[in-house]
Structure formats: C-alpha cells, structure tokens
Design a protein around this ligand. Structure first.
Ligand code: SAM
Length: 351
C-alpha cells in the first residue's frame, strides 16, 4: 500500500486514507496511538505513583506483543499513522526492540517513537536504533543527583545522563527531554534546563503537573503554571517561536528557541492551556483497554474480545465506537477541587 502511495521521494498519490481520515464527532483527525507495553517501572516518581499499595496487572493480563501488534495493525487500517511506545517503563519489558522492529511490517504506520525514563537507555540505544526508532523522549525532572533520587525514589541520574549521551552519539533525533515542573522541587532549576539548549541539540520540554490518580492529586498543590516557567526563562533572552501557531509535528508543545541556541524549548500546558481541540490521540493501556482521553476513565476493553476470537472488523467497530465517545475536552483542574478527577495513576494509563 505504501509503495502504491509513494511515487518518488516526495510525491504521494491521494489514497483512501487521505480521502477519509479517522474523524471524531468534533472533526478531529485521530491518527496517533500511544501504546503502553507494560505498567511496570524501574522508578517510583512521587507524582506518578503511590509509594506503596501499587496494584500491578498480572502477567497474563498484560497484552502479548502479538496482540498489541494486531490492534496496531487494525488501528492503522482505520487511519492511525503514528505510534508512541510507552509504559510504565517500556525498556523494562523484554523483547521491546524486536517488537518495535516487527511494527515496520505494517504498511500504513509512518512513525514509531518511544518515551522512556532513560535508566536502561545506554544499554538499549543501539538495538532501538537498529529497530528504527529515531524520535525519543526522555524524562528527567532534575539535574541534581540527590534531588533526582528523591523524586524518583532511588533513581541514579548517572544512568540517565549516560543514556542521553548514548542516544546523541548513536544519532537519534529529535531527542526530547521532558521535565514536569513542580513547585518547590525543581522550579529553581528551570534556567539550568533552559541553558542546556544553548549548547545541545535537545528539545527541553516543560510539562505542567496534572492531578492524575492518587499520587497526582496529593501533589496538586505543587502545580506550577508554564506561564511562570516561561517568564523565568525569558530572563535569559528572547524566546523565538520555532513552528509558528500550528506547531507542526510537535503536537501539543509550543516550541521556542533562545537566540543562538542549538536546541529548543517546549511548553506543554495541559492544565493552563489545554490542547483538546487539536487532540489527535488514543491510548492503549498495558492491559488492553483503549482510552479516548488521558483524563477520562472511559475505557473500551479490547483484550477480552481479542482473546475470545473476535474478527478484525469487530475490533474496528470497537475502536470506532470508542472514538465516537471521545469528549470535546477534559475537565481537569489543579485549582478547583470540585472537578471530577481521573482516578488512575499515570503509570497505569501509559504516559
Ligand atoms: N517511564 C517512561 C517515562 O518516564 O517517560 C514513560 C511513562 S511516564 C508515565 C510518561 C511521562 O508522564 C513522564 O514524562 C512523566 O514525567 C509524566 N507524568 C507522570 N505523572 C504525571 C503527572 N501527574 N503530570 C504530568 N506528567 C506526568
């Protein structure tokens, strides 16, 4: 199919999918699926997971790779073109590079990317590169070893920094570094993070803390608006917009560059400036539920029908049905305690 659509390097014939994108009831083109391949994580970030009492999905209840591949195949047949592999921590699941490699057989899948905490990245970088990953997001909430260990409940920042060096040497691009801005924890590091872009080709992205699950709600008093983060960064110099208002393939991030900087600075502001009107995504949880909005607990179970022997067209119907219920926007608020919260932890959903 891909060959039929691609005549030369840059010339593409219109095809069925371009003629009929997968639209929801608000005319949003749903083309992006975030796939959590595990709910396990080798860190315990305080704002992401509770300290104890973490419920883990049983091994048999986690989708097998062939089941995930089948769901992605059916979804790409409907109009999904981009997939991001996430978790939990995706690199703790054995066989992840082989699984990613196998996705290249899906003709309508144009882009596969990965989000990781970077702890295992140095060891995995080459096999991920060989499997075709180029776009990588790495979470790093502090540049200070002691603070990093505190927020991750024991993580070793040296492993993450080695992973970042390794992906740069290996040739991954873009390399995006995600920082959840937390009042009283890393707000004093905003300028240090921003300065990294002066000499490194990274995209440093500040993400607002969302009141998700118990851990998120407990930390909601630590929410810091990206307006404040941005004001601080502007003390370093003018922020030049990179992509203009459309923001290209960078999704919800607003991207800027400090004058003369090699890298970029992004702001993802789900709380202060939500981007629901351009939301193009679905999420597949590790236990095989399709989630239509990060912040709504409305999920469609795909695993049960899949294991009961449903057909591809049954799966298509379930995916289309889920999309038809995708809400216009989320109702999350970090300041209004009466707003209904999402009660799942981020690591359960797949960030
Ligand atoms: N383990 C991988 C990682 O660390 O990037 C992927 C999963 S993690 C859940 C994905 C992202 O979600 C991380 O960047 C993490 O910081 C972010 N995250 C978790 N809880 C969050 C919250 N309450 N608000 C905003 N971002 C959150």
């Amino acid at each position: 199919m891909q060959d039929r659509r691609r005549l030369g390097k840059n010339i593409r014939l219109p095809d069925w999918k371009e003629a009929q994108p997968l639209l929801d009831q608000f005319e949003r083109n749903i083309n992006y699926l975030r796939v959590s391949i595990t709910d396990r994580c080798n860190l315990r970030c305080t704002y992401c997971m509770p300290k104890e009492g973490l419920s883990q999905i049983g091994h048999d209840d986690i989708l097998r790779y062939e089941e995930i591949r089948r769901i992605i195949r059916v979804a790409t047949g409907l109009g999904i073109t981009k997939v991001r592999i996430t978790g939990g921590e995706p690199l703790v699941r054995r066989g992840v590079a082989e699984f990613i490699d196998s996705l290249h057989a899906l003709p309508d899948l144009a882009e596969i990317s990965l989000t990781t905490n970077g702890i295992l990245l140095e060891a995995c970088a080459e096999s991920l590169f060989a499997a075709g990953i180029r776009r990588i997001n790495i979470s790093l909430d502090s540049l200070d070893a002691e603070k990093y260990a505190r927020i991750t409940r024991g993580g070793d920042i040296r492993a993450v920094l080695a992973g970042i060096r390794k992906v740069r040497e290996t040739g991954f691009s873009p390399i995006k570094i995600n920082i959840v801005a937390i009042k009283g924890f890393n707000d004093d590091e905003v300028l240090d993070f921003a300065r990294l872009t002066l000499e490194n080709p990274y995209q440093i992205r500040f993400i607002e803390l969302m009141p998700l699950g118990h851990a998120g709600i407990e930390n909601s008093g630590r929410y810091l608006s990206n307006n404040l983060v941005r004001e601080r960064i502007e003390t370093l110099g003018k922020l030049e917009p990179v992509n203009g208002p459309a923001n290209g393939s960078d999704g919800p991030a607003r991207i800027y560059r400090l004058e003369g900087g090699l890298g970029e600075i992004g702001f993802i502001s789900p709380v202060s400036r939500h981007f629901c009107n351009s939301c193009n995504r679905l999420r597949l949880t590790a236990e095989g539920h399709l989630r239509i909005c990060l912040l709504s607990d409305d999920e469609t179970d795909l695993k049960t029908p899949l294991r009961a022997g449903c057909t591809d067209s049954d799966l298509e119907g379930l995916i289309r049905g889920a999309i038809s219920r995708k809400p216009r926007q989320h109702e999350m608020s970090c300041t209004d305690p009466n707003v209904k919260k999402c009660m799942k932890e981020m690591q359960e959903i797949g960030g």
